[in-house]
Design a binder for this molecule. Structure first.
Ligand code: BTN
Length: 323
């Protein structure tokens, strides 16, 4: 969904003003008639903005819609990479496929695709992912790191760290990461990360990383063993603010990775991990490997100490905690 560029400018002027702003001021600022201003104000109202108009005073925003609209997310977003381009859909099949096609058409890295609802949302191993319209945050983004495809797991970890920090900044809730890609709250799944890549033998062309977070879902709007931020906090969370914070954190960590490598990401991931030190089972296709999760390596692979004492490097699979 897009709005007229003038409507976007009016919106930003209204948002940056704590008081009323007159039609005359807006018309001078934007060099258009007051009648045109009024038309764009109507456009914004139709999108769900509650805009008060008081004679002799002007316009003032009373309420913004609870929608992950691109221009809402971009408001005060200091994006160099992440979120410079944001595509918003009320309904999409899967943001993964839209982002993949955009990447194929050379959309820059940091391009974000957000959807309020997906009809074919997928999780890891092609499992379905439950979406609830206007309750969760569902998005995919494009990265073009110059790395060997074997190193791609590090970006799941990077995304997980960004999510934990963003959630904590906005809600003061402390969440944990479960290798390789789950965000856990009170032992239940709060968010998942899906990483897909287009690569040759030695070179990654691009990656599409998808994130699904249960934000304001009520209990009947969640699958078993899942939790939402609302359930924990007992109040609604500002989804736009959380989305903006996630993009800020993703950018911060991605730039850090490009400049300094993976060390800092790994340090933070270990700090937030609820996997390390535990006896776990890894299920890969039809085989199960058991051991103690002792660490992650530089590429984000899990290091498992088997009963024999040997350390095994795991790069994919389903992880289950042994009681
Ligand atoms: C998992 O835990 O298995 C990963 C879940 C990823 C879900 C997100 S929602 C946005 C993006 N679009 C999809 O179809 N999947 C990811």
């Amino acid at each position: 969904m897009t709005i007229h560029p003038i409507a976007e400018k009016i919106l930003f002027s209204l948002k940056s003003c704590t008081d009323y702003i007159s039609g005359e001021q807006l018309s001078n600022q934007l060099s258009i008639s007051r009648c045109a201003i009024w038309k764009h104000i109507q456009e914004l109202r139709n999108l769900g903005y509650l805009i008060e108009a008081v004679p002799h005073l002007g316009y003032r925003i009373i309420k913004t819609p609870d929608r992950l609209l691109s221009y809402e997310i971009k408001w005060k977003l200091p994006a160099k990479i992440m979120g410079k381009k944001i595509y918003y859909f009320d309904t999409a099949a899967s943001t993964m496929d839209i982002a993949y096609n955009l990447a194929k058409e050379n959309s820059p890295e940091g391009t974000v695709v957000v959807a309020e609802f997906q009809t074919k949302a997928r999780g890891r191993f092609n499992r379905p992912w439950l979406c609830w319209r206007y309750k969760g945050i569902y998005f995919s983004f494009i990265l073009r790191p110059k790395i060997h495809p074997n190193r791609s797991a590090i970006f799941s970890l990077l995304t997980a760290v960004a999510l934990v920090e963003a959630i904590n900044n906005v809600t003061q809730i402390y969440t944990e990461v479960k290798w390789p890609n789950d965000i856990i709250l009170e032992g239940k799944k709060l968010a998942g990360i899906l990483t897909e890549l287009e690569a040759e033998m030695e070179q990654t062309h691009f990656m599409v990383i998808g994130v699904g977070i249960n934000v304001n879902n009520l209990s009947h709007q969640l699958v078993e063993k899942a939790i939402s931020l609302r359930q924990y906090k007992k109040e609604n969370i500002d989804r736009v603010e959380l989305m903006r914070q996630i993009l800020i954190k993703l950018e911060e960590h991605y730039l850090l990775f490009k400049q300094k490598g993976a060390d800092f990401i790994l340090y933070k991931w270990r700090m937030h991990s609820n996997t390390l030190g535990k006896m776990v089972k890894i299920i890969q296709n039809n085989t199960t490997i058991t051991g103690i999760a002792v660490d992650v390596d530089n590429d984000g692979n899990l290091l498992l100490r088997r009963e024999t004492g040997l350390i095994e490097r795991i790069n994919a699979g389903d992880l289950i905690y042994c009681d």
